[in-house]
Design a binder for this molecule. Structure first.
Ligand SMILES: Nc1ncnc2c1ncn2[C@@H]1O[C@H](COP(=O)(O)OP(=O)(O)OP(=O)(O)O)[C@@H](O)[C@H]1O
Ligand SMILES: [Mg+2]
Length: 353
């Protein structure tokens, strides 16, 4: 493991910001720290960087325990959320900052800044001031500045938080490509699950100072380890009594379950082509246009489920009678989840993902 955190605890006053945090990251990976606001993401980054010190536990970088190593000697580049650049310095001086503090010579600095401006796609902008750049350009400069001293590890704390949705999407693809090209181990914080899923090789889900789960985006999506992860990743509905749905037997006396819209199929009554016996009757409770699909709420045996309908299918209206099939769900079992497939589909039907 290139980065390793072992049993990290951190308390601010009497607030536990990190609680027994342990994880390992292999060299060259791009890992997202994903969790709601206040779940302790920034605290973890700051402790890795050495800007904050853990109460107990150890942090290793490349096999060396860095507990006593000061910030400057940890070989880390940091990109902050916003306003990361020095406003009264040009782009050149911003990028050169870390090189000057390391007493690099003039010629080297000039060459390195040019190289980095080319890398981030902003050649020729070295004379501008941050206020003369767009938000996306500023974050590219911040990225170049963090990379200038050749760090071994890059930490990014919500680097695109202040940027509007469309540019943000472009930037995250750009970032993934850039990091892949440089091959630098990186940890990036976000509370946006789409961003984490799109960008990261692996995701660490945090909640209330704890690590709930670590895995690839697909693993986390497919097998959420805890009820929190099941609800936080993907869209979900919490059911209080899933046994009222056809095809599901109570698992270990637990009645709560989490369902995602993509596990629910809704067709016009009488139009079920396959598996006729497994559908049950439902009523459309509401419909809302979501741009690329229609979101339906259907009521089945007193349970309301969210489902998505593609725009090619015949539009449904509130009150329409429909046939509904739930493929699978996650039973909530204490701090764990258990995947249940619809019993009636067990033969001859596979649900991929
Ligand atoms: N210096 C500090 N002093 C006191 N409490 C702090 C300090 N830094 C963080 N906290 C508290 O620790 C908890 C975790 O904070 P942290 O900034 O790590 O969360 P986060 O997951 O990064 O949240 P966000 O998504 O809002 O940035 C919060 O409740 C926060 O108020
Ligand atoms: Mg934060």
């Amino acid at each position: 493991m290139y980065i390793e955190l072992k049993g990290i605890n951190k308390t601010f006053g009497n607030y536990k910001a990190s609680s027994d945090v342990s994880f390992g990251i292999e060299k060259g990976r791009l890992v997202a720290l994903l969790g709601p606001s206040g779940s302790g993401k920034t605290t973890i980054l700051r402790m890795i960087a050495g800007l904050e010190h853990q109460d107990d536990g150890d942090i290793y970088i490349n096999g060396v325990c860095v507990n006593q190593v000061p910030v400057r000697e940890r070989g880390i580049g940091f990109v902050f959320q916003s306003y990361a650049l020095f406003p009264y310095m040009t782009v050149f001086d911003n990028i050169a900052y870390g090189l000057r503090t390391r007493k690099k010579d003039k010629e080297y600095i000039k060459q390195r800044v040019e190289e980095l401006l080319d890398l981030v796609g902003l050649p020729g902008l070295e004379g501008r001031y941050p206020e003369q750049l767009s938000g996306g350009q500023r974050q590219r400069v911040a990225f170049a500045r963090a990379l200038a001293p050749n760090p071994q590890l890059l930490l990014l704390d919500e680097p695109f938080a202040a940027i509007d949705a469309k540019v943000r999407k472009e930037l995250r693809n750009w970032l993934k490509e850039m990091i892949g090209k440089i091959g630098i181990t990186s940890i990036f914080v976000t509370h946006d699950q789409d961003e984490a899923v799109e960008v990261a090789d692996e995701i660490i889900v945090t909640n209330q100072g704890r690590v709930e789960q670590m895995g690839t985006p697909v693993e986390i999506y497919k097998n959420p380890a805890t009820p929190f992860v099941a609800q936080f990743i993907g869209e979900s509905t919490l059911l209080t009594d899933y046994a009222r749905l056809k095809g599901f037997e109570i698992y270990k006396g637990q009645r709560q379950a989490i369902v995602r819209p993509e596990f629910v199929k809704v067709v016009d009554s009488g139009l079920e082509e396959l598996h006729q016996g497994v559908y049950e009757e439902g009523t459309v409770w509401s419909t809302s246009f979501r741009g690329n699909c229609v979101e339906l709420i259907v009521e089945v045996n007193g349970i309301r489920l969210k489902a998505l309908q593609s725009l090619e299918e015949k539009g449904l209206q509130k009150g329409d009678k429909v046939s509904v099939l739930v493929y699978r769900l996650y039973v909530v079992h204490g701090q764990e989840t258990h995947l249940l497939q619809n019993e009636l589909l067990k033969d001859g039907y596979t649900f991929y993902i």
